[in-house]
Design a protein around this ligand. Structure first.
Ligand code: GLN
Length: 206
Protein backbone atom coordinates (compact mmCIF):
# COMPACT_ATOMS: atom_id res chain seq x y z
CA UNK A 1 0.00 0.00 0.00
CA UNK A 2 1.58 3.31 -1.01
CA UNK A 3 2.04 5.82 1.79
CA UNK A 4 1.05 9.27 0.56
CA UNK A 5 1.60 12.47 2.50
CA UNK A 6 -0.56 15.56 2.50
CA UNK A 7 1.36 18.78 3.08
CA UNK A 8 -0.33 19.98 6.26
CA UNK A 9 0.93 23.51 6.83
CA UNK A 10 -2.25 25.17 5.59
CA UNK A 11 -5.36 24.36 3.60
CA UNK A 12 -7.60 21.51 2.73
CA UNK A 13 -5.75 18.59 4.39
CA UNK A 14 -8.34 16.29 5.95
CA UNK A 15 -10.46 15.93 2.80
CA UNK A 16 -7.42 14.84 0.80
CA UNK A 17 -6.48 12.28 3.44
CA UNK A 18 -9.99 10.81 3.33
CA UNK A 19 -9.97 10.69 -0.49
CA UNK A 20 -6.52 9.04 -0.56
CA UNK A 21 -7.69 6.39 1.89
CA UNK A 22 -10.81 5.84 -0.23
CA UNK A 23 -8.45 5.27 -3.18
CA UNK A 24 -6.55 2.58 -1.30
CA UNK A 25 -3.53 4.51 -0.03
CA UNK A 26 -2.29 5.10 3.47
CA UNK A 27 -2.47 8.86 4.10
CA UNK A 28 -0.26 10.85 6.46
CA UNK A 29 -0.01 14.55 7.29
CA UNK A 30 3.40 16.06 6.47
CA UNK A 31 4.69 19.03 8.47
CA UNK A 32 8.35 18.14 9.06
CA UNK A 33 11.25 16.82 7.00
CA UNK A 34 11.18 13.44 8.81
CA UNK A 35 7.51 13.02 7.88
CA UNK A 36 8.33 13.89 4.28
CA UNK A 37 11.09 11.25 4.23
CA UNK A 38 8.51 8.60 5.16
CA UNK A 39 6.14 9.07 2.19
CA UNK A 40 6.16 7.75 -1.39
CA UNK A 41 4.22 10.70 -2.80
CA UNK A 42 2.83 14.06 -1.71
CA UNK A 43 -0.43 15.94 -2.12
CA UNK A 44 -0.19 19.73 -1.98
CA UNK A 45 -3.70 20.83 -1.05
CA UNK A 46 -5.81 23.84 -1.92
CA UNK A 47 -5.69 26.85 0.33
CA UNK A 48 -3.75 30.07 -0.22
CA UNK A 49 -0.55 29.76 -2.20
CA UNK A 50 0.93 32.99 -0.76
CA UNK A 51 0.39 31.76 2.80
CA UNK A 52 1.56 28.26 1.94
CA UNK A 53 4.74 29.65 0.41
CA UNK A 54 5.42 31.70 3.54
CA UNK A 55 4.75 28.75 5.89
CA UNK A 56 7.02 26.47 3.84
CA UNK A 57 9.84 28.94 4.53
CA UNK A 58 8.96 29.40 8.21
CA UNK A 59 8.81 25.63 8.79
CA UNK A 60 12.02 25.05 6.76
CA UNK A 61 10.08 22.78 4.45
CA UNK A 62 10.51 24.54 1.11
CA UNK A 63 13.93 23.09 0.29
CA UNK A 64 13.19 19.53 1.50
CA UNK A 65 10.00 19.37 -0.60
CA UNK A 66 11.77 20.90 -3.59
CA UNK A 67 14.56 18.33 -3.26
CA UNK A 68 12.13 15.38 -3.22
CA UNK A 69 10.30 16.83 -6.24
CA UNK A 70 13.59 17.27 -8.11
CA UNK A 71 14.37 13.62 -7.34
CA UNK A 72 11.08 12.59 -8.94
CA UNK A 73 8.73 12.07 -6.01
CA UNK A 74 5.16 11.85 -7.35
CA UNK A 75 3.08 14.87 -6.39
CA UNK A 76 -0.49 16.04 -6.86
CA UNK A 77 -1.36 19.71 -6.41
CA UNK A 78 -4.95 20.93 -6.34
CA UNK A 79 -5.74 24.62 -6.77
CA UNK A 80 -3.19 26.43 -4.54
CA UNK A 81 -1.20 23.18 -4.83
CA UNK A 82 -1.21 23.53 -8.62
CA UNK A 83 0.21 27.04 -8.18
CA UNK A 84 2.93 25.66 -5.90
CA UNK A 85 4.01 23.12 -8.55
CA UNK A 86 4.28 25.66 -11.40
CA UNK A 87 7.48 27.23 -12.65
CA UNK A 88 5.78 30.57 -13.38
CA UNK A 89 2.98 32.26 -11.42
CA UNK A 90 1.02 35.24 -12.76
CA UNK A 91 -0.85 37.63 -10.44
CA UNK A 92 1.13 36.27 -7.52
CA UNK A 93 2.78 38.27 -4.77
CA UNK A 94 6.35 39.32 -5.51
CA UNK A 95 7.72 37.21 -2.64
CA UNK A 96 5.61 34.17 -3.49
CA UNK A 97 7.70 31.06 -4.25
CA UNK A 98 6.81 27.94 -6.18
CA UNK A 99 8.57 24.60 -6.72
CA UNK A 100 8.91 24.71 -10.49
CA UNK A 101 8.15 21.00 -10.73
CA UNK A 102 5.93 21.43 -13.81
CA UNK A 103 6.97 23.66 -16.72
CA UNK A 104 3.78 25.71 -16.89
CA UNK A 105 2.50 29.22 -16.33
CA UNK A 106 -0.40 29.45 -13.90
CA UNK A 107 -2.58 32.52 -13.35
CA UNK A 108 -3.96 32.91 -9.84
CA UNK A 109 -7.65 33.67 -9.32
CA UNK A 110 -7.97 33.50 -13.08
CA UNK A 111 -11.69 32.92 -13.45
CA UNK A 112 -12.46 36.37 -12.06
CA UNK A 113 -14.84 37.76 -9.53
CA UNK A 114 -18.17 36.96 -11.15
CA UNK A 115 -17.29 33.29 -11.20
CA UNK A 116 -15.28 33.24 -7.99
CA UNK A 117 -16.50 29.73 -7.33
CA UNK A 118 -18.40 27.37 -9.61
CA UNK A 119 -18.95 23.72 -10.43
CA UNK A 120 -18.91 22.09 -13.80
CA UNK A 121 -18.61 18.61 -15.27
CA UNK A 122 -15.25 17.98 -16.92
CA UNK A 123 -13.96 15.05 -18.89
CA UNK A 124 -10.48 14.12 -17.66
CA UNK A 125 -8.07 12.25 -19.94
CA UNK A 126 -7.10 8.97 -18.31
CA UNK A 127 -9.97 9.08 -15.79
CA UNK A 128 -12.62 6.61 -16.97
CA UNK A 129 -16.26 6.45 -16.01
CA UNK A 130 -17.63 9.69 -17.43
CA UNK A 131 -17.35 13.38 -16.54
CA UNK A 132 -16.08 14.48 -13.15
CA UNK A 133 -17.89 17.07 -11.04
CA UNK A 134 -15.18 19.71 -10.70
CA UNK A 135 -15.45 22.33 -7.94
CA UNK A 136 -13.51 25.56 -8.57
CA UNK A 137 -12.84 27.94 -5.67
CA UNK A 138 -10.92 31.12 -6.61
CA UNK A 139 -9.12 28.80 -8.95
CA UNK A 140 -6.06 29.28 -11.14
CA UNK A 141 -5.88 28.23 -14.77
CA UNK A 142 -2.88 27.21 -16.84
CA UNK A 143 -1.81 29.63 -19.58
CA UNK A 144 1.31 27.94 -20.90
CA UNK A 145 2.50 24.37 -20.86
CA UNK A 146 6.10 23.48 -21.60
CA UNK A 147 7.61 20.34 -23.08
CA UNK A 148 6.37 17.07 -21.66
CA UNK A 149 3.23 18.51 -20.09
CA UNK A 150 0.07 16.64 -21.00
CA UNK A 151 -3.23 18.55 -20.86
CA UNK A 152 -5.80 16.33 -19.13
CA UNK A 153 -8.82 18.66 -18.93
CA UNK A 154 -10.11 22.04 -20.11
CA UNK A 155 -13.21 24.10 -19.39
CA UNK A 156 -14.80 26.68 -21.67
CA UNK A 157 -13.85 30.22 -20.78
CA UNK A 158 -16.64 32.62 -19.87
CA UNK A 159 -17.37 36.04 -21.32
CA UNK A 160 -16.97 37.81 -17.98
CA UNK A 161 -13.32 36.82 -17.83
CA UNK A 162 -12.75 39.88 -20.00
CA UNK A 163 -10.06 38.41 -22.16
CA UNK A 164 -7.46 37.73 -19.49
CA UNK A 165 -4.64 35.68 -20.89
CA UNK A 166 -4.45 34.10 -24.30
CA UNK A 167 -7.57 32.67 -25.91
CA UNK A 168 -6.64 29.04 -25.73
CA UNK A 169 -8.60 27.03 -28.28
CA UNK A 170 -10.93 24.55 -26.60
CA UNK A 171 -10.99 26.47 -23.37
CA UNK A 172 -8.88 26.98 -20.28
CA UNK A 173 -6.51 24.28 -19.11
CA UNK A 174 -7.52 23.00 -15.67
CA UNK A 175 -5.70 19.68 -15.29
CA UNK A 176 -2.21 18.62 -16.39
CA UNK A 177 0.26 15.84 -15.90
CA UNK A 178 4.02 16.05 -16.35
CA UNK A 179 5.92 12.88 -15.52
CA UNK A 180 5.28 12.10 -11.86
CA UNK A 181 3.36 15.34 -11.23
CA UNK A 182 -0.39 15.88 -11.48
CA UNK A 183 -2.14 19.22 -11.00
CA UNK A 184 -5.77 20.35 -11.07
CA UNK A 185 -7.28 23.84 -10.82
CA UNK A 186 -10.27 22.30 -9.07
CA UNK A 187 -10.78 20.43 -5.79
CA UNK A 188 -11.49 16.71 -6.31
CA UNK A 189 -11.21 16.20 -2.54
CA UNK A 190 -14.47 18.04 -1.80
CA UNK A 191 -16.66 15.55 -3.67
CA UNK A 192 -17.16 11.88 -2.76
CA UNK A 193 -15.86 10.82 -6.21
CA UNK A 194 -12.31 9.51 -5.58
CA UNK A 195 -11.36 8.86 -9.22
CA UNK A 196 -8.77 11.65 -9.45
CA UNK A 197 -7.15 10.47 -6.22
CA UNK A 198 -7.27 6.92 -7.61
CA UNK A 199 -5.44 8.17 -10.70
CA UNK A 200 -2.77 9.69 -8.47
CA UNK A 201 -2.49 6.62 -6.23
CA UNK A 202 -1.97 4.54 -9.41
CA UNK A 203 0.77 7.00 -10.49
CA UNK A 204 2.50 6.51 -7.14
CA UNK A 205 2.15 2.71 -7.46
CA UNK A 206 3.61 2.80 -10.99
N1 GLN B 1 -6.72 31.61 -4.81
C1 GLN B 1 -5.87 30.73 -4.07
C2 GLN B 1 -4.41 31.03 -4.32
O1 GLN B 1 -4.09 31.81 -5.13
C3 GLN B 1 -6.16 29.30 -4.40
C4 GLN B 1 -7.56 28.93 -3.98
C5 GLN B 1 -7.74 27.51 -3.60
O2 GLN B 1 -6.78 26.77 -3.36
N2 GLN B 1 -8.98 27.14 -3.46
O3 GLN B 1 -3.56 30.47 -3.72
Amino acid sequence: VPRIGVLALQGDVVDHMRALEAAGAEAAPVRRPAELDAVDGLVIPGGESTTMSKLLDIFDMFDPVKKRLDEGMPAFGSCAGMIMLADEVLDGRPDQRSFGAIPMTVRRNAFGRQVDSFETEVGIEGVDGGPFKAVFIRAPWVERVGDGVEVLATVESRAENGGQGPDAPGGRIVAVRAGACLATSFHPEVTPDARVHQYFVDMVRG
